[in-house]
Write a protein that binds this ligand. Sequence first.
Ligand code: XMP
Length: 512
Amino acid sequence: MAQTIAVLDFGSQLTQVIARRIRECQVYSKIYHFRTPAAQLREEGVIGLILSGGPQSVYAENAPHPDPEIFKLGVPVLGICYGVQLMGHFLGGKVALSKAREYGRGRLTITHRSKLFAGLPRKLRIWNSHGDKLTKLPPGFTATAESDNSPFAGIEDRKRGFYGIQFHPEVFHTERGVDMIRNFLVRVCGAKQDWTTQDFIAHAVADLRAKVGKSRVLLGLSGGVDSSVAAALLHKAVGRQLTCVFVDNGLLRKDERASVEALYRRNFKIDLRVVDATALFLRRLKGVTEPEQKRKIIGRTFVEVFEKSLKSIGGAEFLGQGTLYPDVIESVSIAGNPASLIKTHHNVGGLPERMKLKLVEPLRALFKDEVRQVGAALGLPKEVVWRQPFPGPGLGVRVMGDITADKLEILRHADAVLQDEMMKSGYYWKVWQSFAVFLPVKTVGVFGDERTYDYVIALRIVESIDAMTADWAPLPHELLQKISSRITNEVRGVSRVVLDISSKPPATIEWE
Ligand code: XMP
């Protein structure tokens, strides 16, 4: 197994970002609760610790404090922001309470040679976000860098391998921040940088074989990135012991089912069962207009169909799922940490318990970008690995109001035209999502000499980093013009195309 760096989470929104940056340096990182006993960290053989930032003051009544023994483990420690205050507090320095938090850009001047800053220029742009400040160094420490507001922006005790920085190296606004993290990992902790995609695949395949043995594994394939990569990895590990089930709920995009079949059944030779449940889904959705009601019906029907098809396939011991690391990290719940309010996502909720299947989650340790790398290394095409997100309820929440086969057909056609132009222009890869929405509104138009009275299609094309916020993407006029004229010319039943120019918030990305 790869060497591990432990990130102790004190409630910062940026804890996951720290863990990702470490992995970008080819070092394996794991997020631990701030109170994890030092003995456990020793047992797990961690080679270094990073103390994350956090929204609290070290003096606050319920301030998150680590097991003080972590400073006696004999491994290097890097304190970031709140992490520095903790070092000050626990190792004999002084921390001053401050009412105001300091946010935003600052300048760093490196004043002394330090392993942490090796190879960096003397002056750097940095990003601050802190309240309290270190006012007296703990014994054994020296200052290595200063900022506009602090003579202790960088501190270290070289002997013990303790380093502290008052700013955030993990965000892009901090110049060369990743280099500081890499310096800590490689120069201070002596990390071998042994976390690579190929190693991950080799280990995962060996682990999966050991776990699964000769048993059968079932996996629900949605065509999305996570389940696709999970399927490819499981297939590499256990071959024909894996059976994938793809449910056609009638709410898929044009040719979606065919392309999933072509890829997995023909190219990968995976045992793929396609269940056509279109009629059942459309019957259940008939006349339903309320978005959450639609979601509930689609979710419940999916579980029902999936369960039934698994039964018909015959017994299995394992259920494969494409769960990712961010789904399993329990964010530390601390007042002021919005990350703790974000709901976790569930794949096929409730299914394994009811079916008495054991779970295999081969992607459980990975972040999304790592999943894409694994997918590419396993030979999945770019169209799958870099696919835009598509909601579970599919076109069901993109046909406004009640859903009919005719409306779905119009939407499918319009959406296919949009995707075609997005692909041809290359913009498909540059935006977060691009899709068409069917509006059940009829408007007047002219076609040749005739008056028409047809539906409206809205284009929703957004840029985003994590779907929590989003903005409409400013595409070139000529491209929008082409999409619009192709839709009105090629899609029967549509005479008007509108562009959604709302940001999230207040609008959401999907219309329902
Ligand atoms: P909203 O519309 O909330 O969407 O801004 C944020 C992201 O989530 C996707 N989305 C869903 N995904 N089931 C899903 O699996 C859903 O019910 C659902 N609703 C929205 C949406 O496409 C966007 O990427």
